[in-house]
Design a binder for this molecule. Sequence first.
Ligand SMILES: Nc1ncnc2c1ncn2[C@@H]1O[C@H](COP(=O)(O)OP(=O)(O)OP(=O)(O)O)[C@@H](O)[C@H]1O
Length: 330
Amino acid sequence: MKPPILSVRDLVVEFPTRRGTLRALDHVSFDIAEGEVLGMVGESGAGKSLTGAAIIGLLEPPGRVASGEIWLRGERIDNLPREKMRRIRGRRIGMVFQDPLTSLNPLYTVAEQLIETIRTHMDVSEKEARKRAVALLDRVGIPAAARRIDDYPHHFSGGMRQRVVIALALCAEPELVIADEPTTALDVSVQAQIIDVLKEICAERGASVMLITHDMGVIAETADRVAVLYAGRLAEIGPVRDVIQAAEHPYTAGLMGSIPTLTQTAERLTQIPGSMPRLNAIPQGCAFNPRCTKAFDRCFRDQPDLIPRADGRQVACWLYETAKSEVSNG
Ligand SMILES: Nc1ncnc2c1ncn2[C@@H]1O[C@H](COP(=O)(O)OP(=O)(O)OP(=O)(O)O)[C@@H](O)[C@H]1O
């Protein structure tokens, strides 16, 4: 079996504060295989963006990786010097953020930005870089790309601008694209088209995608596997089809209830009562226990870990603990 493109091992991200250290990511581990789309889902504040930022080495201080390892195709990248990491960003890992203005500089034309990025990472002439840039803009669905390439970002609509950002993220042909809520700011009708184009191009090139979203519906339509994050810990990981058919973690089941179907309106969707705990008030045992209708004594006492299974799924929930580990864990 091929090694994963990305391997995150026991990632711990902390914020030192005057009142003590807050742990925002707690031993998060997952892999992304070559060509795979991994969806990372969870409520606001679960730690999705921090996971992406830690992978690309752009955690904002005072946030820091306290422990754990991040590997890109077998090479450890969490401890690289800043300059080396800068070369990995853009070249080997492309990034798409929710707000196109994070990625695009309003003072330069799209051509200038694409050509510069291509030439920073690849040894090609200006003419060749422009040719590639036009072809990519065309591929992401910008009409009259050969002409529009000389426009400034503000000349494009929100949806078109996000297509430009996708072109920018993909122009140096990265192996992995991290897309953090790439369509949240856009009209629902445009969202699916943008995700589709990102997914299609990555599939053509064999690139992997980590798609961060709070929207289980987007994951259901797009991802191969899903990782569910709750209060900085992974609750469940597995193939999307299996998880959708039978979510095991009660939190995942709650998220599934929030996917609209043709017969449901948004108002009638199941919502999980309560809210995610603050980082300084994570309850003892399973962090989901105050909201869980199935919690029993052990859930209030011990924190469950993800348990790898033969079918590729992992669930961190005492409901699925076997009698054997119950005995060995006392
Ligand atoms: N500078 C900071 N100091 C303390 N805590 C922080 C800081 N920055 C982020 N956090 C905490 O880290 C947690 C994870 O934040 P993150 O942005 O990754 O969540 P998210 O799941 O991506 O949510 P959203 O969908 O709202 O972006 C949050 O609880 C947040 O309060």
